[in-house]
Design a protein around this ligand. Sequence first.
Ligand code: NAD
Ligand code: IPM
Ligand code: MN
Length: 364
Amino acid sequence: MKLKILVTAGDGIGPEVTNESVAILREVAALGGHDFTFSERRIGGVAIVKDGTPLPADTLAAALDSDAVLLGAVGGNEFNSLPPGKRPESGLLQIRSALGGFANLRPAFAFKELAVNSPLRPEIIDGVDILFVRELLGGLYFGQPREWNREANEAWNTMRYTRDEVVRVARVAFQLAQKRRKKLTSVDKANVLEVSQLWRAAVNEVAAEFPDVAVEHQYVDAMSMHLMNRPRDFDVVLTENLFGDILTDESSVITGSLGMLPSATLGGKVNLYEPVHGSAPDIAGKGLANPLGAILSGALILRHSAGLETEAVAIETAVRRVLEQGFRTPDLARANPQGFPVLSTTEMGAKVRETVKQLLAVSC
Ligand code: NAD
Ligand code: IPM
Ligand code: MN
């Protein structure tokens, strides 16, 4: 299997976590005789500093010429006073838009071993397995007009969707639900917003194509509460861009840490893989970052861009084993009554790598 992966590590903890993910993908390639090539390009704050723009042309060209892009994170406090279009985050939005992936899959599941790390009671989170499908190219993030008019002291953004934009992401979500527990929850604010009314009508249209999937609609305010009260009731959760951004960070409370969550963005020219978390400037450069979200994003590359399901499962199983053995990064050891060993970013990466090696050696 040949795979050309572009790594855009970005800012803060981005390089720390992507290094661990890449090391594991290299191990998988070596064990299976696969030809994976990795190249690196700048994005975000590092690119602003070195190239004067958050998405340099050669980064975009390399991304479009690859089979998959693995992104770390972008953003840093020193850029916070820049206008949206010049910030590191705009590099990420530009690359998302250019690659064209509109379905951002964000799985959130409870690891039994991490239950103690969640403020939710174990009986609430036991067995939670949710797949968020976040629409990634529309809504407030990309809608026009947008402006901060300083003379008028007024600013506006536009939450806009076309029926077709909703239909295409809804189809992806329904297809995924068919392969899972056949339940889909669509989240909107149709009691107030026209754009949500269109969203709901388009989702219902697609629902008719999937009679085996049970559909429900929830308002986003109530959904944020249901997620904490009864997260086990949800299977696939489909939602628009901003609501998905917010609900997925919230769902990390179930898993125990934002550092655990991976994502895959599908449907465009090149798939984009990124952990859900940001550049975490508060812990950057200290070896404190949890690399498991980035490592699990690597597993998603194998599943969705390489068709290497066994190897993807090996990475996911290795993460589970390492947690079962009691290894933790600091974010996973807030409550650590058993005194489990707390590892650095690279130590955690190495543990998962060794375990992947053992698992794949056995399955060969
Ligand atoms: P954040 O996700 O970076 O951090 C939120 C909190 O979670 C922090 O306390 C951080 O230390 C912790 N955290 C995050 N990832 C972790 C990990 N892997 N291991 C351990 N702890 C982890 O969000 P923020 O602080 O709101 O944003 C910081 C910067 O990141 C901002 O510039 C923001 O725009 C950017 N951001 C980028 C992305 C991305 O590139 N995909 C995503 C979210 C935020
Ligand atoms: C995420 C991030 C990004 C988003 C930002 C950094 C543009 O928060 O991937 O969740 O809002 O999509
Ligand atoms: Mn976010």
